[in-house]
Write a protein that binds this ligand. Structure first.
Ligand code: TEU
Ligand code: CA
Length: 558
């Protein structure tokens, strides 16, 4: 690899502002709350903070429905609070990456309010409008959040497209005026001094030339819109234009969220020399959970098959080697908690399992992302009632699959939600054992995980053997050991269904990473391991060689 870029050696910490720290006692996390916790993030050792959207928004999808891209959501504070957060972060050597949502806006955005008024006004072409076909929607496309992807507006006599909620109309990237408005907005934030962008569902912005019906899943009225609109024919052109008009000449970090992107797509969008984005979030490893009913999409309650997981991650490791750059993540605000999902949240296993999963991920080539609370081993919420949930994707899916289509029983769907709902990630940060986990003095907007008296930052920081200190160690290795960043990747024993082992190799160094994904003892000998190898890090107090204990993880250097 040529010279290493700063963002290739960086570790990102994701903050979900609503759930991080409330400063004014209204039960909602906010910007001054984040500022008050910067020292905690600094202590962990992360370099960059990714903030989920903090712009003005009616909050239908927790800020992914933006009504004013130039203003701060009053629930989170003011622009002065943002400036303060940015300045305080910079003072500590922390960078701030903004979440930009430009596949769609809120229906309360002035662009959409104007656009919906008539077929002939300055904003008419800012969104995707189509005439009815035989009195109904133009196509059978279904939204990511259930129901049709089209909604009719009588004032225009037309339907608008929304890949997500009805209140999230898709922007029309075919319109050069809209594109320029997006670039102007991004430049406003660049001029403020932000350090990068995470671009929400950016590979959905280029829609097909012709809109035709898709094939619905069995028993479903609508076709899945994802594959229909992902990776469109003008995506590259739009990203290169964005690069020229916003990114070029600044040393920013960019990551695109790209559901259904393939290796080939990523080589283009996250290519080292394509002048598009630095990296993308691919979804393959997040879509592998054993699924009893694949036609239900993400809804399942089964564990992942380790052989599948290895195969997918390995394909991305070798597929992007030398041509593009991976982002490494287990969690974010859309995914359940990894220790519950791919490890174990049983009290006897939770700590070692969380450290094992951290080892496996942070040992790979790419830029690692840590989602708030992951460094504490926070678990799924284990909610049991529908009324415990707030997330519109979860509520819509329940309504659609249980009440409307009778595809799944209520009990089954609650099990699926407990395993997969986005709210598993969104419960408030667990700071200490006091009321509401130290997140807020008021009743939090989403209930705190009941296990907060046992799992919280204060308790964790008191121990040298904590998950937090293990993450500190991994981050330090990434910052000090070039092979962690640059080393090539080689999977060992692809068909081993219990242990994930791989090599990282540079000109001067080699690492062997060994991770036991089971709750039982395993014996593994690796020919690749020389007698002189030194144990860099492990999640047990001692090294017992080939004998691996439950969820044991080790990194050897030689
Ligand atoms: O997510 C897009 C996405 O493809 C999924 O992760 C989505 O959240 C859902 O789980 C599909 O089943 C992004 C944001 O990260 C998410 O929070 C937003 O709700 C969504 O876009 C719309 O802006
Ligand atoms: Ca607040």
């Amino acid at each position: 690899m040529a010279t290493t870029k700063w963002w290739q050696q960086a570790v990102v910490y994701q903050v979900y502002p609503r759930s991080f720290q409330d400063s004014n006692g209204d039960g909602i996390g906010d910007l001054p709350g984040i500022t008050s916790r910067l020292d905690y993030i600094k202590k962990l050792g992360a370099d960059v903070i990714w903030l989920n959207p903090i712009y003005r928004s009616p909050g239908v999808d927790n800020g992914y429905d933006i009504s004013d891209y130039y203003d701060i959501n009053p629930e989170f504070g003011t622009m002065a609070d943002f400036d303060q957060l940015l300045a305080q972060a910079h003072q500590r050597g922390l960078k701030i990456m903004m979440d930009i949502v430009v596949n769609h806006s809120s229906d309360q955005n002035k662009w959409f309010i104007e656009s919906a008024k008539s077929q002939d006004n300055p904003y008419s072409d800012y969104y995707i409008w189509r005439d009815p076909v035989d009195g109904h929607a133009p196509t059978n496309w279904g939204s990511f959040f259930s129901g049709s992807a089209w909604t009719y507006v009588p004032a225009r006599g037309q339907y608008y497209l929304h890949a997500f909620a009805v209140e999230q109309p898709d922007l029309n990237w075919e319109n050069p005026k809209l594109r320029q408005a997006v670039y102007d907005m991004m430049n406003f934030w660049v001029d403020k001094g932000v350090d990068g962008f995470r671009l929400d569902v950016i590979n959905l912005i280029s829609k097909p030339t012709k809109f035709v019906d898709g094939q619905p899943n069995p028993g479903e009225p609508y076709a899945d819109i994802g594959p229909i609109i992902a990776n469109g024919h003008r995506l590259s052109e739009f990203l290169q234009e964005m690069h020229a008009k916003v990114l070029a000449g600044h040393d920013l970090m960019t990551v695109g969220e790209t559901p259904s992107a393939t290796i080939k797509d990523a080589q283009q969008s996250a290519g080292l020399t394509t002048n598009e984005l630095n990296m993308v979030f691919e979804f393959e490893h997040m879509n592998l959970d054993g699924n009893p009913a694949p036609e239900l999409g993400k809804w399942n309650d089964q564990p992942v098959d380790l052989v599948d997981l290895k195969q997918s991650l390995s394909k991305w490791q070798t597929g992007l080697q030398g041509t593009a750059w991976n982002s490494l993540y287990w969690n974010n605000h859309d995914q359940p908690r990894i220790v519950s999902r791919f490890g174990s949240d049983e009290p006897k296993d939770r700590v070692v399992a969380a450290k094992m999963l951290a080892t496996m991920l942070h040992g790979l080539q790419g830029t690692p992302y840590i989602y708030e609370g992951e460094e504490l081993g926070m678990t799924n919420a284990h909610f049991t009632k529908l009324s415990d949930y707030q997330d519109l994707e979860s509520l819509n899916a329940y309504h659609h699959l249980v009440d409307e289509e009778h595809r799944v029983s209520a009990t089954q769907m609650l099990a699926y939600l407990a395993h997969m709902s986005r709210d598993n990630a969104r419960t408030p940060m667990q700071w200490d054992a006091s009321l509401n986990a130290g997140f807020s003095t008021a009743k939090p907007w989403l209930q705190v995980n009941a296990n907060y008296p046992k799992i919280n930052a204060q308790q964790t920081l008191a121990s040298d053997a904590s998950i937090f200190s293990y993450y500190q160690h991994l981050i330090k290795l990434r910052h000090t050991l070039p092979v962690m960043t640059t080393g090539t990747y080689q999977l060992l024993d692809a068909n081993d269904a219990s242990v994930y082992a791989y090599l990282r190799t540079s000109d001067t160094d080699q690492l062997l990473v060994i991770c036991n994904f089971t709750a039982t003892d395993q014996i593994r000998d690796y020919d690749q391991l020389p007698a002189t190898a030194k144990l860099l890090l492990g999640n047990y107090a001692d090294d017992q060689g080939a004998a691996l204990r439950p969820y044991e993880a080790k990194i050897y250097q030689f």
